[in-house]
Design a protein. Structure first.
Length: 369
């Protein structure tokens, strides 16, 4: 063993001990699983489900597999609250780390929410609701078991996020914010989802306010992540950004989830005012990126996340939100920034690069101060 490895051995042992996941294999029949979901012992997140909902045909294929006793992947559950701990009835003890779609398909079918469609082997069952199944198939479904792996309640949210990310290998890959939405549940998470629905904000980031659910930004929760980015970088916190922007956002989200109601209300009012001021002074394409060439400006995109960071944080920092005074001269100087090669450079490439984040925010702050 090399001297270098020996020196690192203690650190490696510490990390390995801290990150070793304690698990327990359990097996539930479908009738028991459905009862646990119905009683909110196992939590299925309906907001999460709307983002990546299986079609009825995809769900029917799963039901067909269950009836035919075809093996399906294991369900991964996180034990959020110890079994002996007293809690209110509506508080879930388990959250789903991997298997939301499968459980949702089972729960909805056994609740007669949809009829079977696209069945290949059991074609005669197409069009059948759960209540229509013959008794022997009802018994077969109810008694069919699914293997689950339960992860111990002692692990922090970041460990669960890492597990979720590693297990995220389904038909539809989840985005970073969708993973955070599943792991970092709490009042701040609810707040950013609510703020992401604001009309000014949606218009500024290019979401059709009449049909928001059609937007990729909404489907992938990129809108919520943009709200999180603002709060994570605000108040000079962008200087604390280190390597790994995804982890930085996750850590900040966990911290912000611990704020009290009064603090969350302050954050809400601040974000609403910032987006309102930007919309009123810079217009609906305030976060557009421009390229200055041959004496003129060419719009490269209607929305750019790097521009969003720079303008929102600068407005929050430099402008009196109760009495905003942004003269035409400042707006003109801001627009002229896009002709600066140095500024254009920090808007290009990785928007998560620490030095670029700092430089572009400071450049806009200097204009607006």
């Amino acid at each position: 063993m090399s001297d270098t490895l020996k020196e690192k051995l203690a650190s490696l042992q510490k990390v390995a001990k801290e990150r070793t996941v304690k698990t327990q294999n359990i097996e539930y029949d479908l009738e028991t699983l459905v009862k646990k979901i119905d009683k909110h012992i196992i939590k299925l997140d309906p907001k999460y489900q709307r983002k990546h909902r299986w079609t009825n045909e995809m769900s029917s294929k799963l039901i067909e597999s269950l009836i035919l006793n075809i093996p399906i992947p294991m369900i991964y559950l996180s034990q959020d609250i110890d079994v002996d701990e007293e809690i209110e009835d509506e508080v879930a003890r388990y959250s789903v780390i991997d298997g939301q779609q499968r459980l949702n398909a089972i729960f909805n079918y056994m609740g007669n929410e949809y009829s079977l469609i696209g069945m290949d082997v059991l074609e005669e069952l197409n069009g059948s609701y759960y209540k229509d199944l013959p008794p022997f198939l009802l018994r077969r479904l109810e008694e069919r078991t699914i293997k689950c792996l339960r992860i111990d309640s002692t692990f922090d949210a970041q460990v669960k996020y890492d597990i979720f990310e590693r297990l995220n290998s389904g038909a539809v890959q989840l985005e970073s914010q969708e993973l955070r939405n599943a792991i970092y549940r709490g009042p701040f998470n609810n707040l950013i989802k609510r703020l992401a629905q604001g009309n000014n904000f949606r218009t500024l980031i290019g979401i059709d306010t009449c049909n928001p659910e059609d937007s990729t930004k909404v489907k992938k929760m990129q809108d919520s992540e943009l709200v999180l980015r603002f709060f994570a970088l605000d108040n000079g916190n962008y200087y604390n950004l280190k390597k790994g922007f995804k982890k930085f956002l996750s850590v900040e989200m966990e911290k912000l989830n611990m704020l009290d109601e009064a603090s969350l209300l302050e954050l809400e009012n601040k974000f609403v005012r910032v987006t309102e001021i930007i919309f009123n002074n810079f217009g609906q394409h305030a976060f557009a990126k421009y390229n200055y060439k041959n004496g003129g400006y060419k719009k490269m995109s209607n929305f750019n996340a790097a521009v969003y960071d720079a303008l929102t944080i600068s407005i929050s920092t430099c402008i009196d939100l109760d009495n905003p005074q942004i003269g035409k001269n400042k707006i003109k100087k801001y627009n002229k920034l896009f002709s600066d090669k140095g500024f254009f450079e920090v808007l290009t490439g990785s928007v998560a690069d620490r030095e670029k984040v700092i430089r572009r925010i400071e450049a806009v702050k200097e204009i607006l101060s």
